[in-house]
Ligand binder design. Structure first.
Ligand code: BT5
Length: 271
């Protein structure tokens, strides 16, 4: 197993000259959660572009308190802190933008481009390769103090490395491409893509959402939408200018869905 110093240098050595924040990069072999630690640093004033990457998380988590399995050395777990100085409304599309950036990163590192299951899953043929968790902190005036984008990507697990309940719904990049995928190479590609993403975050929203629609496998699928105890069935027709999923329901009504859990028919055990 590579130590902290070797892994950090391996990642840094693969960054281009254009990467803007090499001096704000921290690597931990083991951490609770890269998002949680970065949130603490954000509250202490850490600068825009600070990145924390880890080779293992003991408390990696997704949305709604769900856990994200983050085994030692098999994936990469990385969070970036942004301070875009805007309103939360202007960042409604943040998870979508990050997802496109992560498709770019996977493609740069492996030659293979994953799909996106709305809003935050990287997928290939019904299996989840990674997930994204975005979190915002607000100033007393209600503007964005910090935005944290956390990404976990399965790099080199084989089927048996996943917990039994995930074996039929998760995959790693090595499983999908048939070649070894290095977490260090993946981390560097993620950082480069996040740097480029930040440059157009507020100015290239329309172009990025067009790219999101191309990568998003949910559009055109029958879906179920779970909100609390309520389950509704519909057809996903589009992703709107804020990154919301546009769903047509059987009564003909159309709604832009921001929250709730969307399952795509045929994926992750939804028959
Ligand atoms: C996500 O949540 O998929 C967002 C995951 C974000 C993880 C990153 S790692 C770096 C940073 N630090 C953190 O603590 N978090 C971020 P969600 O959409 O809620 O999906 C969670 C569900 O994905 C779980 O309930 C499982 O069903 C499934 N899952 C858990 N671990 C997985 C894995 N390694 N690969 C594929 N699926 C997984």
């Amino acid at each position: 197993m590579q130590n902290d110093f070797v892994m950090k240098n391996e990642i840094l050595s693969q960054l281009s000259q254009e990467y803007p924040w090499a001096d704000r990069f921290h690597y931990f072999p083991t951490i609770g959660s890269t998002n949680d630690v970065l949130k603490t640093l954000a509250k202490q004033g850490a600068p825009h572009g600070t990145v924390i990457a880890a080779g293992h998380q003991t408390n990696g988590h997704g949305r709604l308190g769900r856990s994200f399995q983050s085994p030692q050395g098999l994936g990469i777990y990385l969070s970036i802190l942004l301070r875009p100085g805007c309103t939360p409304m202007e960042l409604m599309h943040l998870t979508c933008v990050a997802a496109v950036a992560m498709c770019d990163a996977v493609e740069a590192a492996t030659g293979f481009r994953p799909g996106i299951k709305w809003t935050n899953d990287l997928v290939h043929e019904k299996r989840k390769l990674g997930g994204i968790l975005t979190e915002l902190g607000l100033t007393p005036k209600g503007t964005v103090d910090y935005a944290i984008i956390g990404i976990g990507i399965n790099c080199r697990q084989c089927r048996e490395d996943f917990a039994p309940e995930l074996r039929d719904m998760a995959a790693s990049l090595s499983m999908v491409t048939g070649s070894p995928v290095s977490p260090a190479r993946m981390a560097a590609a993620m950082m480069e893509a996040l740097g480029r993403m930040d440059a157009g975050l507020l100015t290239e929203k329309e172009a990025i959402l067009r790219r999101y629609r191309t990568d998003c496998i949910t559009i055109g699928q029958d879906i179920s939408l779970v909100r609390g105890d309520e389950i509704r069935y519909g057809h996903a027709v589009d992703v709107d200018e804020n990154g919301a999923l546009v769903v047509r329901f059987p009564d003909g009504s159309v709604e832009a869905v921001n929250s709730g859990e969307v399952s795509v028919r045929g994926m992750y055990g939804y028959a």
